[in-house]
Design a protein around this ligand. Structure first.
Ligand code: TXA
Ligand code: MG
Length: 335
């Protein structure tokens, strides 16, 4: 076992001010604090301190070509980080901030190069979690935070996932219990002529259009023939250590011994033959909330294989399908 970081419990609804102050102090001196958001736990550093930002990349083993999201405690703080705040940014912030939506906008010169991987844009989000919001307010600066896991592996939805993945590479972990959304934010690029979804998340383009009238195009349509704009969207990502294979409902897993079966969105497939270690998840909300925790749990058992029956191909399942396809990409295809 690697050395353990300090862990402080904190009330998710009414965070203890002394705990927030202590965490802000760690950030002020350039340390790393893992903190809860509604999506997943983030690995936070002072977003204006290049030396602290470097530690994020080292702790995660993350390539410096993959840019970071800046977390803000208000739309006003976001506006300081961009050269242009389009009408669509205001509409989306009004409708969904605080919440699981990251906006890609033209960066201002307050944003360090390490955040943007040298690009001219920056991703910003205002998270909906009292601990995250109070920590940012207390620091009075944006907090850079990727998911608090080693690069390419499963994102953490509970504090102990962070401890197991990063050990003492993080100075302090704030434990506020399980994340409520459980899957990463939707990333929307507002610098393209039509807003573009770079990473599907809990908020779907249909939900965004319904609330704001803004039409979001899928990355594929926008970028036919172009290079990927969300460099973090590498093929193998969000993967447990145990090999994952996707199977059809009622397909017989070739080797049921020492394996587990996760059936998503196909309640009638509950009776299919196969491993006795199994779980059914029925709705997108339940699956987003529990998927990573279930995979973390099975990953610890040293299984030979995790079989997953993916949900039907429908828009409300897009983010889950995206993560499952990445988790099931064999190591050889990783980039
Ligand atoms: O829910 C979330 O977004 C979580 C919590 C902690 O807020 N954070 C998270 O961060 O998932 P990370 O670093 O694991 O993923 C950030 C994603 C990556 O796919 C990255 O490539 C993309 O956002 N991204 C960041 N800055 C970008 C930019 N300027 N242009 C395009 N994509 C960007
Ligand atoms: Mg991540």
């Amino acid at each position: 076992m690697p050395p353990k970081p300090r862990v402080l419990a904190v009330n998710p609804r009414n965070p203890d001010r002394t705990v927030i102050e202590e965490a802000a102090n760690v950030l002020r001196v350039g340390g790393l604090v893992a903190f809860p958001t509604e999506t997943v736990y983030g690995l936070g550093a002072d977003g204006t301190n290049p030396a602290a930002l470097k530690k994020i990349f080292e702790a995660k083993g993350r390539p410096s070509t993959n840019p970071l999201i800046l977390h803000v405690s208000s739309p006003e703080m976001a506006r300081l980080l961009v050269t242009h705040w389009p009408v669509n940014a205001q509409k989306l912030a009004d409708a969904f901030w605080p919440g699981p939506l990251s906006l890609v906008l033209p960066r201002s010169n307050l944003v360090p190069d390490l955040i943007t991987a040298g690009e001219s844009t920056v991703a910003i989000r205002m998270p909906q979690h009292p601990v995250a919001l109070q920590l940012i307010s207390r620091l009075e600066r944006p907090i850079a935070a990727p998911s608090a896991n080693r690069s390419m592996s499963l994102s953490p939805t509970q504090a102990h996932h962070v401890v197991e993945s990063l050990g003492a590479a993080v100075d302090l972990v704030l434990d506020a219990g399980p994340a409520t959304v459980g899957i990463e934010s939707s990333v929307v690029d507002l610098t393209t002529p039509v807003p573009t979804l770079l990473r599907p998340g809990w908020l779907t383009p249909a939900m965004i259009q319904q609330a704001t009238g803004i039409i979001i195009q899928a990355k594929d349509e926008a970028q036919a023939g172009q290079i990927a704009r969300s460099p973090g969207q590498m093929l193998r990502h969000y993967a447990p250590a145990t090999p994952v294979s996707l199977i059809e409902p009622f397909e017989l897993p070739p080797t049921p011994e020492n394996t587990a079966l996760l059936i998503i969105g196909h309640p009638n497939a509950q009776q299919m033959p196969g491993p006795t270690l199994r779980r059914l998840m029925t709705s997108p909300t339940e699956t987003a909330r529990d998927l990573y925790a279930q995979l973390h749990e099975w990953d610890r058992l040293g299984l030979r294989q995790i079989y997953i029956v993916p949900p039907p191909v429908r828009p409300e399942w897009d983010a889950i399908l995206d993560r499952l396809n990445r988790a099931a990409t064999p190591l050889g295809q990783a980039d």
